[in-house]
Ligand binder design. Structure first.
Ligand SMILES: Nc1ncnc2c1ncn2[C@@H]1O[C@H](COP(=O)(O)OP(=O)(O)OP(=O)(O)O)[C@@H](O)[C@H]1O
Ligand SMILES: [Mg+2]
Length: 503
């Protein structure tokens, strides 16, 4: 037992001594190194610690920065997706609203069929008044083009004689003519009073055979358009004639109208295709233009990319839903362009947004460099020069001295793909325009049903009096009224009797 104990104590003593010796050696080595290297070692250690600390802090800061940037990017992406979704929803809503309005309007239309050459009269419920179903009976019956018969022309004249203080036009479209008419009624050249964006009518010209023929072009080719003229020669009327076609065409179109004086384009006030109410104040104009720009650059650009389309026309051919063109029309643009911010944004839009289908139409009194920046003007591929008061003005846009002698509404038109031509632009009086654009639900109105317009003329009154006194023979009435009882006169009597509800 004692021996065993003493052996065991001997092992314990040996195992304790080895670590103690190593520790002592280490302490001695450290003390030795400290004595030998001293402060240099401490400095080196503290330097290592400092560098390590700084690197660690920099890494943490860098990681934090990456995290913040990533979070910001995610937020931006989320915002952008939400914005695109809002734009898409707004565009879809506008499209559906326009479609609904059109369908509502169409639902109120009564379709009547008639033989070519017959005039249809409609009696408006509640008004007890008669009006023509279609204003231009010479060209259309049931929506199909027909040749006017002499009777139709005569009846057309007769119908229109009391209807307007404007002279009744005689437009021998397709017939030889020596000069352009001084008045081309919009309703006469726009079939069915519904425009067609693929076939906008800019006016009537004389073709190579000396015949009157329409000058037409698709909106996608017309692009940006400048109409210039001295004051009072038809700038606003020209814009209105084009915009009225866009406001009535079957395809949806968005109109952004800027008219600071609320004068030249005011008749479009109730047009259901206006994206904003007619813009007048610089603040609201800028706001709208910025919104259109952002929407085109992000939303429209992405759509076009998706279909690999270079421009709106191509997109609308490829895509299964229609993306409406946007027209930014500015009346009295000379004054507006003087506002630096608005001028800049219009210039930028003209440059960048054309392919996305945002087209500008400007009415200017002068196309001078001091009015419209040369870079901006060069974006306009379509130019319309109406009357100019002096030579320098006449030469500025299209170098055309003929413009010095033009009557109102006459213009030199230079548009892509066609040689420059002199045309008489279509004219639509404001009252007629308002009536044409009246929203669905309001009582229909046409120039022919205005109270003063549906009064019988003196001759018609005589015919009606004879009928009311019991005379039932149209030929007898015709003879008494017109001193002649030919087919034309009898037809006139019959029309009068029908127009005023006697037969
Ligand atoms: N196409 C046209 N055919 C016949 N007459 C026209 C035509 N266009 C305009 N006019 C006549 O010219 C008048 C002035 O037209 P409009 O107001 O469009 O001119 P403007 O150049 O816009 O004038 P302003 O500089 O004062 O705004 C019209 O009231 C009309 O009588
Ligand atoms: Mg005007």
């Amino acid at each position: 037992m004692n021996e065993g104990q003493s052996r065991g104590e001997g092992r314990v003593g040996l195992s304790l001594s080895i670590p103690a010796i190593i520790s002592m050696l280490l302490v001695l080595a450290v003390v030795g190194i400290y004595l030998a290297a001293g402060e240099a070692l401490v400095d080196a250690l503290s330097l290592i610690l400092q560098v390590g600390g700084i690197s660690l802090a920099a890494s943490i800061a860098f990681l934090c920065l990456i995290g913040v940037l990533y979070a910001g990017w995610l937020a931006y992406q989320r915002g952008r997706t939400a914005q695109e979704a809002r734009w898409a929803a707004a565009a879809q809503r506008r499209l559906l609203e326009a479609q609904a309005l059109r369908e509502e309007r169409d639902a109120q239309v009564l379709v009547v069929t008639a033989k070519a050459g017959e005039q249809i009269l409609i009696r408006d419920t509640g008004h007890g008044q008669w009006r023509q179903a279609h204003l231009d009976m010479r060209l259309y019956a049931n929506g199909a083009a027909t040749d006017p018969s002499p009777l139709e022309i005569a009846v057309w004249r007769e119908f229109n004689r009391p209807a307007s203080s404007l002279p009744v036009p005689a437009l021998p479209i397709g017939q030889p003519s020596f000069e352009l008419p001084t008045l081309v009624r919009w309703s006469e050249v726009v079939p069915g009073q519904r425009g067609d964006l693929n076939n906008l009518i800019l006016g009537l010209r004389l073709n190579e055979q000396g015949q009157l023929s329409p000058l037409n072009i698709s909106l996608y080719e017309l692009f940006h358009t400048i109409a210039a003229a001295s004051s009072g020669w038809g700038k606003s009327a020209f814009l209105s004639a084009i915009l009225a076609q866009l406001a009535t065409c079957p395809d949806p179109v968005e109109l952004i109208l800027i008219d600071q004086q609320f004068h030249g384009l005011a008749a479009f006030k109730e047009c259901d295709r206006l994206r904003y109410p007619i813009l007048q104040q610089p603040g609201e104009i800028l706001g709208a233009l910025h919104e259109v720009y952002a929407e085109a650059i992000q939303y429209r650009a992405a759509l076009l990319r998706r279909y690999d389309a270079d421009n709106l026309a191509e997109y609308n051919q490829k895509a299964d839903h229609f993306l409406p063109p946007v027209i930014v029309a500015v009346d009295e643009a000379s004054a507006l362009l003087a506002d630096r911010d608005i001028g800049q944004v219009l210039k930028k839009q003209a440059w960048e947004l054309r392919k996305f289908g945002v087209y500008q139409m400007l009415a200017l009194t002068s196309a001078k460099g001091t009015v419209i920046d040369t870079d901006h003007r060069q974006q306009f591929s379509s130019k319309v020069q109406l009357h100019a008061n002096d030579k320098s003005q006449a030469r500025l846009l299209l170098d055309t001295v003929e413009a010095l002698d033009f009557p109102p509404g006459r213009a030199v038109v230079d548009v892509p793909g066609l040689s420059p031509a002199i045309v008489q632009t279509p004219y639509i009086p404001k009252r007629e325009l308002r009536s044409l654009l009246k929203p669905a639900g309001q009582s229909p109105a046409s120039p022919a049903m205005e109270p003063e317009l549906i009064k019988p003329t003196d001759k018609q009154q005589v015919a009606l009096n004879l009928w009311d006194r019991g005379e039932r023979s149209p030929s007898v009435i015709a003879f008494q009224v017109y001193n002649d009882a030919g087919g034309r006169q009898i037809e006139l009597v019959n029309k009068t009797l029908r127009k005023f509800g006697r037969i």
